[in-house]
Write a protein that binds this ligand. Structure first.
Ligand code: TNX
Length: 523
């Protein structure tokens, strides 16, 4: 910001907060704070003026743009009946803008698809973006500037309190293109309604990938029409011996569509050649000895592998990838590739090379855990770095694109500390500050930041039997990951973040989120 503008803004009661470059930590706190996560690129916020949603408020969308109208309807649903007996109506733009309205508008001068500008004055709110994704993120920022009680939606109108957002000017765009969460639905199965709730929660923080770990030793969770026993037999149990489950192709397609409406791309993973006991128990011919093993309900890893020398294995993989690719509009197919202890390095590399070509033949781009770096990677293949002891720097130096999921910082299934009842601790204990106070670019140095596609926080479900368990491990750490993925490195400060994080508590309470009240955070 240039000096004259700053003076002007100050005169108008607007102060710049959040950007630590302007307000170093330790200086006087800004007069007006906000709790937006992830931190926007630039945010100027008014000390004394605000926009208030009234019974007259309408949400104005461009004529004839159904995708933007859908975002308007989402925003209307988030506001709910907090300010009026009805949620604000969504209406197409006309010759004049009604008073107290919220305007969604397409502005093609904005550079990236996910960028947006949000302008809040006492008279109106304007969200501008070149693409629907940017409008959606602008709407999420507006939602976070409204009081947390709006999250009670249609349940608890709080007529006595104004539904206001401070006047503000926000210009925002993400740091990384890939901002992901991974849910392991194989170790414990979660229903489509449960996964939809997770999608809702991650999209509040502008995450845009949901990687579904659809097959592992304990369960196969997706219907494959050409190999029906995979789901029927392989989906029948889970860790601890419970009932398990699987998604029909219809349910999966519905999930994909639900995610797309929230600008989340589903990344399906079929883990192979290891982590395949559920497939091996469903079809004897996938085993080198021709005998199907018993179902597995424990939590060991590394003992299973499909028969990499047999043609049946590649027919199976081709069919599975073909069917999943056909119902997945996103460009990615995750092939796992982790923790195989029963193959030689050459067998493993030859297998990954062959599977890459199968995935490519079905029009998808390979993503795999970092072990796949041992193969001859296609130029489009993306490696997901997870092993804390393996540096991704060498891969990046080879020109490989990397998703950072460092287990000792980002695994949401790691315990917070020794007292955490849920979770594992093989990689680390990860308190909230550990999850936030580091930067992925340092892991790949001296390779340039452009070798990082983004970040992703996996949640392995060996110990989580319910969504309440999942939420307890994911929140608040997932909000930290979201900020690492979206916000500029030079703007991030733990002491400032923890204040915004603490302010999420009433919103999570309203949303019914079971979160961990870390002693590091001022709740
Ligand atoms: C390692 S991370 C695994 C998973 C486990 C997880 C538990 C990865 C690629 N493999 O199979 O569930 O640890 O934290």
């Amino acid at each position: 910001m240039t000096r004259p503008v700053a003076i002007l803004l100050l005169a108008a009661g607007i102060v710049t907060t959040a950007c630590a470059t302007h307000a170093p930590i330790g200086s006087a706190p800004p007069a007006r704070t906000h709790a937006v996560i992830p931190l926007p690129q630039s945010i100027e916020i008014s000390r004394d003026r605000a926009f208030t949603i009234t019974p007259q408020t309408v949400i104005v969308v461009p004529q004839g743009d159904e995708r933007v109208a859908a975002i308007g309807r989402s925003l209307s649903a988030w506001i709910g009946i907090a300010a009026a007996p009805q949620p604000p109506p969504v209406q197409p733009a006309g010759p004049s803008i009604p008073p107290a309205s919220i305007v969604l508008t397409v502005d093609t001068s904005l550079a990236s698809a996910e960028a947006y500008e949000l302008t809040i004055t006492a008279e109106r709110v304007t969200i501008a973006a070149s693409q629907p994704a940017g409008l959606f993120y602008g709407a999420q920022t507006l939602r976070q500037l409204l009081p947390p009680f709006v999250e009670y939606g249609g349940v608890r109108p709080d007529a006595a309190r104004p539904v206001s957002a401070p006047a503000a000017r926000i210009v925002d765009a993400p740091r990384f293109a890939w901002r992901g969460a991974m849910l392991d639905v194989a170790r414990h199965f979660f229903t489509t309604d449960e996964v939809k709730r997770y999608i809702d929660l991650i999209s509040l923080y502008k995450l845009n990938r949901l990687h579904l770990h659809l097959a592992d030793d304990q369960g196969w969770r997706i219907e494959i029409v050409s190999w029906p026993e995979l789901a029927r037999t392989g989906g029948r149990t889970q860790v601890g011996g419970g009932a398990g489950g699987f998604y029909t192709q219809r349910e999966y397609a519905d999930l994909v569509a639900y995610a797309a409406q929230r600008f989340v791309t589903i990344v399906p993973e079929i883990d192979m050649p290891g982590h395949t006991n559920a497939a091996l128990t469903s079809y004897a011919e996938l085993n080198c000895n021709g005998r199907a093993p018993e179902p597995y309900t424990g939590i060991d890893v590394g003992f299973s592998a499909v028969c990499v020398e047999s043609d049946a294995t590649y027919r199976f993989i081709d069919d599975v990838v073909r069917e999943i690719a056909a119902m997945t509009p996103g460009p990615y197919m995750h092939i796992g590739g982790d923790e195989v202890k029963t193959l030689t390095r050459d067998q493993y590399a030859a297998f990954i090379n062959r599977v890459q070509r199968i995935v490519e033949s079905h029009g998808k781009q390979v993503v795999g855990w970092d072990e796949i770096g041992a193969a001859d990677l296609l130029p489009t293949s993306i490696v997901q770095h997870w092993r804390p002891k393996e540096s991704p720097a060498a891969l990046a130096a080879r020109g490989v694109k990397v998703i950072v999921s460092a287990a000792n910082r980002m695994y949401l299934d790691m315990k917070y500390d020794q007292a955490t009842a849920l979770g594992l601790n093989w990689a680390a204990y990860i308190e909230v500050r550990d999850a936030y106070d580091w930067d992925p670019a340092a892991l790949l140095a001296p390779a340039p930041e452009s070798s990082i596609v983004g970040v992703e926080a996996p949640l392995w479900s060996e110990t989580t039997t319910t969504m309440r368990d999942v939420e307890f491990l994911a929140f608040p750490r997932l909000a930290a990951v979201a900020e690492i993925g979206w916000s500029r490195r030079e703007h991030r400060r733990w002491n400032e973040f923890k204040r915004r994080l603490g302010a999420q508590a009433p919103r999570w309470t309203a949303l019914g989120v079971n979160f961990y009240r870390s002693p590091q955070v001022p709740w």
